[in-house]
Design a protein around this ligand. Structure first.
Ligand code: ATP
Length: 236
């Protein structure tokens, strides 16, 4: 049984439809890439899965449970946690305080010390910068804090929205090494990326979203070799 299963999903903003009949299945322990042009609806899909916006039709099942109508905080508490595009840190709070915000759910609170040790192991820079204000960090370090904050909630499924956007290649490598490590330890990860080459390199499976509908999906390696994907998303 997939850890996350989306079926017949329709969603949008007011009377502006965005997603049309979207279906998706994510196996536990895998990395899945969601690619597509600007405005295709990738962020909207993540928002529906996280319960930030409501589906008009369709269902989202997580770990066998229907979460379609669950409030966002209950979805986080169940272990489905999103790292939003643009990071959304609290810039005038320290790194440590930002991390504690991530562990405010009961499950997160119970494992606070353990999770803090894990995120410092994953991102040693953050240990050194614990008392620094988040707004004064580099973009890459801020992205690490955003991921670390999500990890403080003990996720089983992590949704990463545009993680590499605006970051230098070396920092992107460092962050995606950490993402690979998390998956190797059993975490399930969904990455939304404008950087298609990166997404298909890190992922096992990929989905191509076009105008609110999946046009293609398959093993990431197959998609990377697909002429249509190459031309439209890899610039080859
Ligand atoms: P990007 O990478 O540029 O964010 P995306 O594939 O994630 O692209 P979405 O952000 O999901 O795309 O946007 C899909 C469509 O929904 C776009 O046409 C966008 O203008 C529209 N949209 C997004 N957010 C809102 C909103 N809050 N209100 C109204 N329309 C929105």
């Amino acid at each position: 049984m997939p850890l996350l299963e989306v079926e017949g999903l329709f969603a949008g903003y007011g009377d502006v439809p965005v997603l049309r009949d979207v279906a998706l299945a994510i196996e536990a322990g895998s990395i899945t890439a969601l690619i597509g042009a600007n405005g295709a609806g990738k962020t909207t899909l993540l928002r529906v899965i996280s319960g930030i916006i409501r589906a008009e039709r369709g269902t989202t099942r997580y770990d066998g449970r229907d979460i379609t109508r669950l409030p966002a905080e209950e979805i986080v508490a169940a272990g489905l946690v999103q790292v939003p595009e643009g990071r959304r840190l609290f810039p005038t709070m320290t790194v440590h305080e930002n991390l504690l915000v991530g562990s405010s759910s009961p499950a997160g609170r119970a494992k606070r010390a353990e999770n803090l040790a894990l995120v410092f192991e994953l991102f040693p820079k953050l240990r050194e910068r614990q008392s620094q204000l988040a707004g004064t960090l580099s973009g890459g370090e801020q992205q690490m804090v955003a991921i670390a904050r999500a990890l403080m909630a003990s996720p089983r499924l992590l949704l990463l929205d545009e993680t590499s956007l605006g970051l230098a290649p070396l920092v992107v490598d460092e962050i995606f090494q950490a993402v690979r490590l998390l998956a190797a330890q059993g975490m399930t990860i969904l990455v939304v990326e404008q950087n298609t080459a990166l997404a298909l390199d890190v992922a096992h499976h990929g989905y191509v979203l076009e105008h609110g509908h999946f046009a293609l999906d398959g093993p990431a390696g197959d998609l990377a070799r697909n002429p249509r994907v190459k031309q439209a998303y890899l610039g080859i």
